[in-house]
Design a protein around this ligand. Structure first.
Ligand code: ATP
Ligand code: MG
Length: 435
């Protein structure tokens, strides 16, 4: 910090310098006998107060005041005019041009010191205000950030509430459907085997009827004709052909319902702490890629960019299910484009502190803006009836967020693919204990 005296009179410079050296030993005192050097000195030093004479041959103090004020504000530099000119117009002009104070020569030492003290206090006050303002701005920013986080937590809570309610409903529905599906399915198996026997019998009857038709005995012949007519009218040959087709379709339908019920039951089953163990995420990713190889091989290249080996404490089956769901969605999305071009799915795994970061991206069609907020909802699907249950991502969300304390987000630009960003705690046991 420094105080600068801009003064052409050697005597005045000496008097003022002495006062300042005595009163402000902690400040640097800069003498500027030539006003043309003032701006350079201001640039080179941290000057808080400038004492400025007016009548100087090289440059008038008022002109210098005008120039300096254009570059330095009040809070950077306080300017005290120090002059023998007591003319009211000059006095007024100096204040109009941005002087902070005006001291007529000759002045008393105490007067000069009080004015300088006031100028220093003014700068300090403004700097404190600035710091306060900065602090308030910082707090505001933090508050805004906290607000965003709170809103995110709130929507996550609403989501898990919704999931819990649907989970209960699903558990009830799954339980109710499970029994009838069980006996419908086993009855269908029995029906299929009965049908085979009936068909064998029917074929034998047909042979008997054909022989009776050739019979000499009239009543036998008439009976054979009657049987033939009934066979034709009731389209028994068509029925015999169609029943196995109907049976196969029905069996498929029942198996599909059974699969949905099973998925719903898995979905609602509470996570069992004992099922968790230390698992290599790298291996799990490679296994999931292998499981899906048949699906993906003609559709896309699946690349795994592994930087390091990461083990996490998790339920292996559930995290495997998450990987399969997301990679499979990406394969299905790329295939749905039907443009014959081979796509690319990239899996990146990295560790960040106590968390594992997993990014699964694809270059498929992307997720339209208006549905991206719904994709984690149970039963939300854009796939044709029979192609998707819409449970994949809701189960994924449940496993990551509720069962493993992680986070999952989907990002996408329509037409430019989708990215699933998953964060999983390395040691969920520990993070649960510290909660
Ligand atoms: N990688 C992706 N690219 C584009 N859309 C996606 C992607 N992943 C998910 N989606 C969208 O999210 C919807 C919901 O996905 P989710 O896995 O929950 O159900 P699904 O795949 O339709 O059915 P399921 O997984 O039960 O067979 C999908 O129907 C699809 O519209
Ligand atoms: Mg899916």
């Amino acid at each position: 910090m420094a105080i600068m005296i801009v003064e052409d009179s050697v005597l005045n410079m000496k008097i003022v310098s002495e006062v300042l050296h005595d009163e402000y030993p902690q400040y640097q005192i800069i003498q500027c006998p030539n006003p043309l050097l003032a701006e350079k000195l201001l640039q080179e030093n941290d000057i808080w107060v400038m004492l400025l004479d007016i009548e100087m041959p090289e440059l008038n103090g008022i002109d210098l005041l005008e120039q300096v004020r254009q570059q330095y504000s009040d809070k950077e530099l306080q300017i005290i005019m120090l002059t023998a000119m007591t003319d009211a117009d000059v006095f007024q002009k100096c204040f109009d041009l941005g002087a902070n104070d005006y001291l007529g020569k000759p002045f008393k030492k105490v007067e000069l010191v009080c004015r300088i003290n006031q100028a220093i206090r003014s700068i300090q006050g403004q700097q404190q205000m600035e710091e306060l303002l900065e602090g308030t701005k910082k707090h505001n920013k933090e508050l805004r950030q906290m607000n965003i986080e709170l809103q995110m937590t709130q929507s996550a809570l609403i989501h898990s509430e919704k999931m819990a309610a649907i989970g209960q409903l699903a558990a009830g529905v799954a339980h109710e459907i499970n029994n009838p599906i069980g006996y419908v399915s086993s009855n269908l198996e029995s029906l299929r085997s009965y049908l085979r026997k009936m068909n064998t019998y029917m074929d034998q009857c047909k042979k008997v009827q054909q022989s009776l038709l050739k019979s000499e005995i009239e009543s036998y012949h008439a009976l054979a004709l009657e049987l033939e007519e009934s066979y034709q009218t009731n389209k028994i040959d068509f029925i015999q052909e169609d029943i196995p087709v109907l049976m196969t379709d029905t069996m498929e339908g029942v198996q599909r319902v059974a699969k949905i019920v099973q998925t719903m039951r898995n979905f609602t089953r509470s996570s069992d702490q004992e099922e968790k163990k230390w698992v290599s995420l790298n291996n799990l990713i490679k296994q999931s890629m292998m499981i899906l190889e048949n699906e993906s091989k003609y559709v896309a290249d699946v690349l795994f960019k592994e930087r390091e080996e990461i083990e996490i404490f998790c339920n292996e089956l559930q995290i495997g299910q998450v990987l399969v769901n997301i990679i499979n969605n990406a394969v299905q999305a790329i295939r749905s484009q039907e443009n014959g071009e081979r796509g690319c799915i990239t899996i990146c795994l990295a560790r960040s502190g106590q968390e594992a970061n997993l990014l699964i991206s694809d270059d498929g069609p992307g997720i339209p803006k208006d549905i991206i907020s719904k994709i984690f909802n149970p039963f939300f699907t854009t796939k044709a009836v029979g192609d998707g249950t819409g449970l994949g991502l809701s189960i994924t969300y449940d496993i990551i967020v509720n069962k493993h304390g992680g986070r999952i987000e989907a990002h996408s630009q329509e037409g430019r693919g989708a990215i699933f960003d998953i964060v999983l705690p390395i040691n969920q046991q520990e993070s649960e204990e510290t909660l």
